[in-house]
Design a binder for this molecule. Structure first.
Ligand SMILES: NC(=O)c1ccc[n+]([C@@H]2O[C@H](COP(=O)([O-])OP(=O)(O)OC[C@H]3O[C@@H](n4cnc5c(N)ncnc54)[C@H](OP(=O)(O)O)[C@@H]3O)[C@@H](O)[C@H]2O)c1
Length: 376
């Protein structure tokens, strides 16, 4: 069958005008070289990063204009002459940063950046990838599920199994019902961990319980949820692994919950950056505060093997979007979630106080798990 020659795609042009920097356009389908493959993308998923870039809030390398999107899954439809890892028809998912193949992230790979930031990404119908920039999709996953993994899932996997691998029976605390946290809960349960989750509403608590989470704490009703979490563990010793996705609003409670010598994986800053007392508390708890930046291809392959072996199905939000609806999807992800320094076109409020932001946030965070764009 003849390969397509043109396609639709979303380009990020700049960092000043928010979502107005996104342009839905048509362009040529790229061609493979000796070591690359052409993938027909069936689905992509979105991350806060896709908002941070066009609003000028992304603190890592960028090379604009670029086709947006780091997460995707699809089918190999053409291969270069020297490609050994793939054949036509293979089902694949994209790696976040193709320079991070294994082991610690090198400075060069860090600066090189990832898909949708410095390299054309997944918000398009077809894309060419180096053969080492892809991972085989687990057999139990659909393309929609597979498209949810590149960023949030690998980050969750790295948090739990990267530095100090989770052992059966250990306790894990996850925050909220977003992508990273739900993957962390699923990976922790698969590894024999005990999971405590915080969330904003009883309806979301039910979803966490159905996922197998052992204890759910409603944080609007329990401002000292860190102590509550600690008291749930044997001898009130605390939690071995905390997957910290919020930042300033939650770090103090995370430090209450953590066990001596535990690990707090610092992943997101949804709640801001100021964290008074963190250093003193970290010393008192002899804990590790570890910044995490996604993960390597080897980690993604290990994660995929665990997903297949344990038949883990990613939690995909009930609302699926089409490629032309990318802007709607991004607004759905963050509408009314306003970072302190940015304002997103289409949202109700701009630059609210921390208190107001949190009230609005709890009322407005509609999605659960990953928000996915269906391309085919
Ligand atoms: N370092 C990395 O490599 C990396 C990788 C991926 C993502 N991230 C970052 O990690 C963060 C989370 O990403 P995500 O994709 O999981 O986001 P997400 O899907 O939107 O999840 C965020 C969830 O956190 C909960 N939440 C929000 N504000 C909260 C607050 N003030 N207190 C407690 N819980 C709150 C909400 O769940 P409930 O309503 O259930 O409470 C919300 O749905 C983002 O900042 C993202 O940029 C970093």
């Amino acid at each position: 069958m003849a390969l397509p020659t043109t396609q639709k795609k979303w380009i990020i042009n700049g960092t000043q005008k928010g979502l107005d920097e996104l342009q839905y356009t048509e362009g040529p389908v790229p061609k493979v070289d000796d070591y690359s493959v052409l993938v027909k993308l069936h689905a992509a998923s979105i991350n806060y990063r896709d908002i941070l870039i066009p609003t000028g809030n992304f603190p890592f390398s960028l090379k604009l204009p670029v086709v947006g999107g780091s997460d995707g899954a699809g089918e190999v439809i053409d291969i270069g002459a020297r490609v050994t890892r793939w054949k036509k028809g293979d089902r694949v998912a994209t790696l976040f940063n193709p320079g991070h193949q294994s082991g610690p992230l090198s400075r060069d790979a860090f600066l090189q950046g990832g898909f949708g930031g410095t390299i054309d990404g997944t918000f398009q119908e077809y894309a060419v990838f180096e053969e080492t920039a892809l991972v085989r999709l687990a057999a139990n996953l659909s393309y929609v599920e597979g498209a949810s993994l590149s960023d949030a899932a690998v980050t969750a996997w790295n948090a739990l199994y990267g530095l100090k691998p989770l052992k059966p029976g250990e306790w894990v605390l996850v925050q909220g019902t977003g992508g990273v946290s739900l993957f962390a809960a699923q990976f922790a349960k698969a590894g024999g961990g005990r999971v405590i989750a915080t969330t904003s509403s009883p309806a979301k608590a039910e979803i966490l319980t159905q996922l197998g989470v052992d204890h759910v704490i409603l944080y609007p009703e329990d401002p000292n949820w860190g102590v509550t979490a600690k008291n749930l563990t044997p001898n009130h010793e605390g939690v071995e692994h905390i997957v910290e996705v919020v930042g300033a609003d939650t770090m103090h409670q995370s430090l209450q919950a953590v066990k001596l010598e535990g690990v707090i994986s610092v992943i997101g800053l949804i709640g801001g950056r100021d964290t008074p007392d963190t250093i003193a508390e970290a010393v008192r708890k002899i804990c590790t505060l570890r910044g995490v930046h996604v993960g390597s291809r080897v980690q993604m392959e290990e994660m995929m093997a665990a997903i297949e072996a344990n038949k883990i199905q990613p939690v995909v939000d009930k609302r699926l979007f089409h490629l032309e609806e990318l802007r709607d999807a991004l607004e759905y992800l963050v509408c009314c979630l306003l970072f302190h320094s940015i304002s997103i076109p289409g949202c109700l409020l701009s630059r609210p106080s921390r208190l107001l932001a949190n009230i609005v946030l709890q009322a407005a965070q509609r999605h659960v798990g990953k928000v996915v764009i269906k391309i085919v």
